[in-house]
Design a protein around this ligand. Structure first.
Ligand code: MLT
Length: 202
């Protein structure tokens, strides 16, 4: 039996789509609910809280320093989160074909890790301020995958060349990548939400 072993929120929707909301460092399961609603007023919202604590701040995997990831932990945590998603889709009758990951910063990075490891249960993802989560990886077949990467032009953390490198990794597996550049830093803007809405409607 698989467990619903992440603290999480489930908000049922009125359509068959579900957004998997993955917060950034220091966020929690409530953090992105409003963003999710702004992106899609009708979707179900599934929002887990990362289990790693960094000085009390929840994350989805360990890091050794800002932008330096504990890659062994990334792999373990990506598998654990994928297991949770299976359990949740079963418990809440979520349509896997209509499950879209929406991640911000650390949450975008764990979403990218799940996809690049081939353990993701979703094939669409909106990645805000994402980075390359793993340095050595055999890219799986990603031909059914669609990704929106929304980067901040002045982001000092998820810097543009890193976001571009992530886009290349997805493309090398055959994924369809849309890359948007926002006139912002690491923080999200209304243009990010607009880009996400547009991309989802396509
Ligand atoms: C963050 O602040 O969450 C980082 O920049 C991204 C990460 O550590 O995954």
């Amino acid at each position: 039996m698989s467990d619903l072993d992440f603290i999480h929120r489930w908000v049922p929707g009125s359509s068959t789509r579900t957004l998997l909301l993955l917060h950034g460092t220091g966020g929690d399961e409530k953090d992105l609910l409003e963003l999710g609603r702004d992106i899609d007023a009708d979707a179900g919202l599934l929002s887990p809280r990362g289990k790693v604590l960094e000085n009390g701040a929840p994350r989805f995997f360990r890091r050794l320093a800002e932008g330096v990831f504990d890659e062994e932990d990334v792999v373990v945590r990506a598998h654990q989160l994928a297991q949770f998603i299976i359990a949740a889709t079963d418990a809440y009758k979520i349509d896997l074909n209509n499950l879209v990951a929406v991640g911000y910063s650390n949450g975008a990075n764990i979403a990218a890790a799940m996809m690049l490891l081939g353990v993701a249960k979703f094939n669409k993802a909106i990645l805000f301020r994402a980075m390359v989560p793993l340095s050595k990886i055999d890219i799986p077949d990603l031909k059914t995958v669609r990704v929106l990467i929304s980067a901040g032009q002045f982001d000092p953390i998820a810097r543009v060349p890193i976001a571009e490198r992530l886009a290349q990794l997805f493309e090398s597996g055959g994924a369809q990548v849309t890359f948007k550049m926002q006139a912002s830093g690491h923080e999200l803007t209304a243009n990010d939400v607009e880009a996400a809405r547009e991309w989802l409607m396509r």
